[in-house]
Design a protein around this ligand. Structure first.
Ligand SMILES: Nc1ncnc2c1ncn2[C@@H]1O[C@H](COP(=O)(O)OP(=O)(O)OP(=O)(O)O)[C@@H](O)[C@H]1O
Length: 268
């Protein structure tokens, strides 16, 4: 076996030749990737490119088949992931599906601090609820605190999930397609909130997955483009999100417009 290097304590994520296989399929990699504090990354790629699989490794939910994944100064496979996970904020469709529809928004956000879905046997104190309210305010849905999750619109749900993933004051925030299923207004609203979060110097490092360049919030600093499990390009967003790189990533000729920090793409 290759010797495993020590993690760099100054990085949030450090992937060295990370490869994920299931049977004969390579879902990810090999990917070498580093995310430093303060960076805001967007991971872009077509359906099936391996984005969610990559994010699940970053969330300590999957271990690489080979290569090394260091997360928050720990090495996957050598550390207790139950201690690592509260330090990682994750919002994904898989989490959303597990939420009981009768759960109130307040309880749902507060329970993140206890790494459980549903409040069931736990009792939370006022400080927890005050923090939950703060997180809901940060994404503009504090007025929904007493509503049940099942009664929320898709856009409201997405924002509540982001508030939930911020509850533990994570060192890194991982958002898997937060704008999926939103209408134009909902998307624009979410992009604006994420741009605010990106500009907040106290916000954690952020990795956001999307299929659409229109969903890249202004202020995001870096991009990684994935196609067929491979990295097409990665680095500073303006250098990476280009018509040429997008054409290669999506396997068709793409024209790109950049306007006031926003990106717009169409097929040529
Ligand atoms: N357990 C598994 N066994 C075999 N193949 C899998 C498994 N899980 C995922 N895959 C395949 O791996 C590939 C990457 O999946 P992944 O969900 O990471 O892609 P994605 O880029 O997030 O896609 P999408 O944009 O459609 O959500 C897909 O082709 C998927 O079918």
């Amino acid at each position: 076996m290759e010797p495993v290097g020590e993690p760099n304590p100054d990085l949030l994520l450090e992937f060295d030749d990370v490869l994920l296989r299931r049977g004969r399929n390579t879902l990810v990699g090999p990917v070498s990737w580093q995310v430093a504090p303060g960076e805001r990354w967007v991971v872009l790629g077509p359906n099936g490119a391996g984005k969610t699989s990559l994010l699940r490794i970053a969330a300590a939910e999957l271990h690489p088949t080979s290569g090394t994944a260091h997360l928050l100064g720990e090495t996957l496979g050598r550390t207790d992931v139950s201690e690592l996970r509260p330090r990682i904020g994750l919002s994904s469709a898989a989490i959303a599906q597990r939420i009981p529809s009768g759960e109130t928004v307040g309880d749902l956000v507060v329970s993140a601090g206890y790494a459980v879905l549903g409040r069931w046997r736990e009792e939370y104190d006022e400080m927890d609820y005050a923090r939950a309210k703060e997180m809901l305010t940060a994404v503009g849905v504090d007025h929904l605190v007493d509503r049940t999750y099942g009664t929320l619109s898709e856009g409201e749900r997405k924002r509540v999930l982001i508030a939930r993933s911020l509850m533990t004051d994570p060192e890194i925030l991982l958002l898997d397609e937060p704008a999926a299923g939103l209408d134009l207004g909902g998307r624009e609203d979410l992009v604006a909130r994420l741009a605010e979060l990106a500009a907040d110097e106290y916000a954690p490092g952020i990795v956001l997955i999307t299929h659409h360049v229109e969903e890249i919030p202004p202020g995001f600093t870096h991009a990684l483009l994935l196609r067929d499990a491979h990295v097409v390009a990665q680095g500073p967003v303006a250098e990476v999100v280009t018509a040429e790189n997008l054409s290669e990533t999506f396997a068709q000729p793409i024209a790109l417009t950049v306007d006031e920090g926003r990106y717009f793409a169409r097929r040529k």
